[in-house]
Design a protein around this ligand. Structure first.
Ligand code: FAD
Ligand code: NAP
Length: 540
């Protein structure tokens, strides 16, 4: 079915080409096999795991509890795998991905070190051709993009960056053999989730750390700990019920910790403090669920934010640093960060914070970073500058659909699509966790599972009913975009310069890309399938 051959030749033909061997691509492959479809996965990296293959920076770990951030398609798998901590580290998650690949014999259909450079559709034969960087091509009836929402590193250029004499690293492209920070002066640029996880660990290992902060983030403690075997046993005794409860929440996580029922703007100061102190002590992303309106009511959000700012001021000893670390944005508007000792790190004598919000980084010199005419000497620069999120890797696929129209052209003003799964003009092309779906606003593994199963069912339906192709209609797509925009407008999410909006990438259209609300989304996507794929054109 599939073999490696000479450049420029068609390597083979499969039912489904899948791009990416992270959790989405791995499960898509397994699901195709179960449905009797032939499939091949192309992965630019040298192994499985996606995010967890690339992001090997110190401190990288999950911010969703391990018992939730895992596959649920196999009862045997979820029973046999033992997580060691409440929040798993990157190496442990990567081991899990490798275990899954071995257990389900996935590697034989994954081509590693294979970057997809273009994918094009031929109208006449209803066939996709996927081209790799090595010049080879593969034909298929279907293409599934599993390229991930956070897999295209954002590496901003700085004046003089090619003259810097030391090492420049990006958290999302971390060297596999690690980095020795001993005795080094280190700079971290960026204080999102990656920077905030890496900073405390780098500070412990290096001689001196300078953190360059453009926008302060809100972060809550993880209170990570080894998993209690009794707790694990209790979950595993009825894992499916635990999963089902989690899937009914807005973010598909934390079903055991219900969202509060009162408004943060209406409770007394004492009650506000009681609820938030309890959530802070518990730790994790559910901090914002203490009240029912933190993300929809600005007055409520302000009260929660003020509480957190006081907390920061109480932890950080230097008043100027404490001041700079207090964000002036809506809490939760950029993704809430979950940390281990972040604010405390700024009490260390070897850590300095440089504010680059008003005066940006001027340039890199051969010996360091210059801000406001002052050179900060460093040996290693860590870019924790994030990703061209949600559309970056998709657009780099170079997809061309019907009538030779490219995805880049189609998305010129923003990623129009239907259900975050399909795009008009691109028959038989599916996206896992595409823009327009809940994706990054959820426990992503749950969203991945849902999309993989939806796509597999759609392909099976076509085959069972003699259809050759499925394509989102233009009307359904326009309605969907309005729906996503409408839901986002009901929340406080559009109120800051987040990567959810594409605001971190110069020139990127400013559209709120993920859809808040997992259960409602699932109900709509299921309804579309039950109503004979309403909004899709099915053709023979
Ligand atoms: P990825 O894991 O990103 O895999 C996509 C794969 O596609 C990559 O391996 C990439 O190399 C490959 N690829 C891309 N383009 C091409 C191409 N042109 N050719 C060939 N291959 C290509 N989510 C959570 O829910 N909870 C968390 O705690 C959490 N923590 C995270 C921490 C970090 C540091 C990051 C960056 C993200 C985190 N996420 C988290 C989101 C995370 O991306 C998802 O949870 C999940 O791992 C995504 O899986 P995926 O398979 O969809 O994509
Ligand atoms: P990010 O949230 O986009 O943060 C990037 C940081 O770099 C921001 O502080 C940004 O400042 C700064 N930055 C970018 N360009 C800059 C420049 N030219 N000069 C100065 N500062 C600059 O990226 P991330 O931290 O990699 O996280 C991305 C997402 O991945 C997260 O939101 C989360 O979904 C996921 N993730 C999760 C975890 C976890 O806890 N499990 C860990 C890492 C990542 P501005 O804010 O001003 O733009």
């Amino acid at each position: 079915m599939f073999g490696v051959g000479n450049n420029g030749t068609v390597e083979g033909r499969v039912d489904v080409v899948i791009v990416g061997a992270g959790f989405a691509g791995m499960y898509m492959l397994h699901s195709c096999r179960r449905a009797g479809l032939s499939a091949v996965v192309f992965e630019r990296g040298g192994g499985v795991g996606g995010t967890w293959y690339w992001n090997r920076y110190p401190g990288a770990r999950c911010d969703v509890p391990s018992l939730e951030y895992s596959y649920q398609f196999s009862e045997e798998l979820q029973q046999e795998w033992e997580w060691s901590e409440k929040y798993a580290t990157q190496p442990e998650i990567l081991r899990y991905a490798e275990h899954v690949a071995d257990r389900f014999d996935l590697r034989r259909d994954i081509k590693f070190n294979s970057t997809v450079t273009s994918i094009s559709y031929d109208d006449a034969s209803n066939t996709w051709t996927t081209n790799l960087a090595d010049g080879t091509a593969t034909m298929s009836r279907f293409v599934v993009s599993a390229v991930g929402c956070l897999s295209s590193a954002n590496r901003p250029r700085f004046v003089g960056d090619d003259e810097f004499a030391g090492q420049i690293l990006h958290t999302g492209e971390w060297p596999h053999d690690g980095v020795d920070f001993t005795g080094k002066r280190v700079a971290v640029i960026g204080t999102g989730s990656s920077g905030i996880q890496a900073i405390p660990i780098i500070a412990e290992q290096c001689e001196h750390l300078t953190v360059f902060q453009r926008t302060a983030s809100y972060t809550v403690p993880a209170h990570n700990a080894p998993l209690d075997p009794n707790y694990v046993r209790s979950i595993k005794a009825d894992y499916s019920n635990f999963r089902a409860k989690n899937s009914l929440t807005r973010a598909a996580l934390g079903g055991d910790t219900p969202t509060g029922t009162s408004s943060a703007s209406e409770v007394s100061d004492e009650e506000l403090d009681r609820v938030l102190s309890e959530r802070w002590a518990k730790g994790g992303l559910l901090f914002l669920g203490g009240f029912n309106d933190s993300m929809v009511n600005k007055a409520s959000n302000d009260r929660v934010a003020t509480w957190v700012k006081r907390k920061i001021a109480s932890i950080v000893r230097d008043p100027n640093t404490a001041d700079l670390l207090q964000p002036d944005t809506v809490i939760g508007c950029k993704r809430l960060v979950v940390d281990s000792g972040y604010y405390e790190t700024f009490n260390r004598p070897n850590v300095a914070l440089v504010d680059v919000s008003q005066r940006p980084i001027e340039r890199f010199s051969p010996r360091g970073i210059v801000v406001d005419g002052v050179e900060h000497p460093v040996d290693i620069i860590v870019l924790a500058t994030g990703f061209d999120a949600m559309t970056g890797s998709l657009l780099k696929l170079g997809v061309t659909g019907r009538n030779g129209k490219s995805l880049a052209e189609t998305w010129d003003a923003g990623p129009v699509n239907y259900l975050g799964l399909a795009v008009n003009g691109f028959p038989n092309f599916f996206m896992i966790t595409g823009p327009g779906s809940p994706s990054v606003l959820t426990n992503v593994l749950v969203s991945i599972q849902h999309h993989v199963e939806w796509i597999t069912e759609a392909i099976t339906h076509l085959d069972a009913h003699g259809f050759g192709s499925i394509e989102a209609t233009s009307d359904a797509q326009n309605d969907w975009v309005s729906h996503v925009n409408g839901v986002a407008a009901l929340t406080l999410f559009p109120n800051c310069n987040s990567w959810y909006l594409g605001a971190n990438i110069p020139g990127k259209p400013r559209i709120f890309m993920p859809l808040p609300g997992f259960p409602d989304y699932v109900a709509r996507a299921t309804d579309v399938q039950r109503s004979n794929y309403r909004g899709f054109a099915l053709r023979s």
